[in-house]
Design a protein around this ligand. Structure first.
Ligand code: F6P
Ligand code: MN
Length: 334
């Protein structure tokens, strides 16, 4: 183990450096890590243990659930509800906040999570992930729905785990962003990517082009100018990627820069946006800002959005700062 820093060691060292971070918080993160290791194992075993495919049910969002959406949700709840660190949880998979069972003590944190992001990728063996956000709460009470409706700027921690060729956790507690790789041999996350920063110069964008005819003018303009390459106003060629897994796109941007957009579109007036504010947009916005990038709705900094409802959706534009600022400028001009 010489020279290897485990996540536990990293968290304890960080706790010493920032006296505000309590031991409780470190224990809570450890419980999340334990859940994510279990999820990693299930995702990795796939059809050997019969966890792939549809569960033939719908979640609160009206989306068809995969078996693994349900299994991963249950893993998260079972790993966290008994610990005494939480006043409640919110999951993409259930309508109401999850209460702490009466036999367990209640704590001062809230965990909000998407247990299996990008789950449309699971049956084709591509990268999926778990996203989580931690908020502080009034202590010792059962959290009410309003307790979760807080601006992203109030998050004390955000992270995501990627189940890809390697299982990785990316984490911020508001002091930069660090990446850890799961060492399967010893079952520990090891610090492998210290102080991740988003490269400023980028020539890569990510957007689902099949929605092009439903976009607003500022987004059309931006993408149009990228696609024109050296013949257009940007004077350089751009590359495009679309993995359809937010965690994987954000990880790519943290590694080599770029910009990601899931903007407003007019396909379905009942569903003008795709991504959820509280457990998708906010945690990735916190991470992206901490890595030197930016995240906006196009008209407002993501972390300043005042949530109106638990499963609210928002337009998301994130990545290299200059590009995000350019897109915001196009929105303000439009
Ligand atoms: O959770 C929603 C999500 O799966 C994201 O991970 C991803 O970025 C997006 O939806 C993909 O959307 P679409 O299927 O429209 O390309
Ligand atoms: Mn998701």
């Amino acid at each position: 183990m010489a020279n290897k820093v485990t996540m536990t060691q990293f968290l304890i060292e960080q706790q010493r450096e920032y006296p505000g971070t309590s031991g409780t918080f470190t224990m809570l993160l450890n419980d999340i890590v334990t859940a994510c290791k279990q999820i990693s194992h299930k995702v990795n075993r796939g059809n050997l243990i019969g966890v792939l495919g549809s569960a033939e049910s719908e979640n609160v969002q009206g989306e068809v659930q995969k078996k693994l959406d349900i299994i991963t949700h249950e893993i998260m709840v079972e790993a966290l509800d008994w610990t005494g660190h939480l006043a409640g949880m919110l999951s993409e998979e259930v309508d109401e906040p999850i209460k702490i069972p009466p036999q367990y003590p209640k704590g001062k944190y809230l965990v909000l999570f998407d247990p299996l992001d990008g789950s449309s990728n699971i049956d084709i063996n591509l990268t999926v992930g778990t996203i989580f956000s931690i908020l502080r709460c009034r202590e010792g009470v059962d959290a009410e729905p309003e307790d979760f409706l807080r601006k992203g700027a109030e998050q004390v921690c955000a992270g995501f785990v990627l189940y890809g060729p390697s299982t990785m956790m990316v984490l911020t507690t508001g002091h930069g962003v660090n990446g850890f790789t799961l060492d399967q041999d010893i079952g520990e996350f090891i610090l492998t990517h210290r102080n991740m920063t988003i490269p400023e110069d980028t020539r890569e964008f990510a957007i689902n082009m099949s929605n092009q005819r439903f976009w607003e003018e500022p987004v059309r303009r931006y993408i149009d100018e990228c696609v024109q390459g050296t013949d257009g106003p940007r004077g350089k060629n751009f590359n495009m990627r679309w993995i359809a897994s937010l965690v994987a796109e954000v990880y790519r941007i943290l590694t080599r820069g770029g910009v990601f957009l899931y903007p407003y579109d007019s396909r379905d007036p009942k569903k003008p946006y795709k991504l959820r504010l509280l457990y998708e947009a906010n945690p990735v916005a916190f991470i992206v800002e901490q890595a030197g990038g930016a995240c906006s709705t196009g008209r407002e900094r993501m972390l300043d959005v005042k949530p109106q409802s638990l499963h609210q959706r928002v337009p998301v534009i994130l990545g290299s700062k200059d590009e995000v600022e350019r897109i915001v400028k196009y929105h303000l001009e439009g």
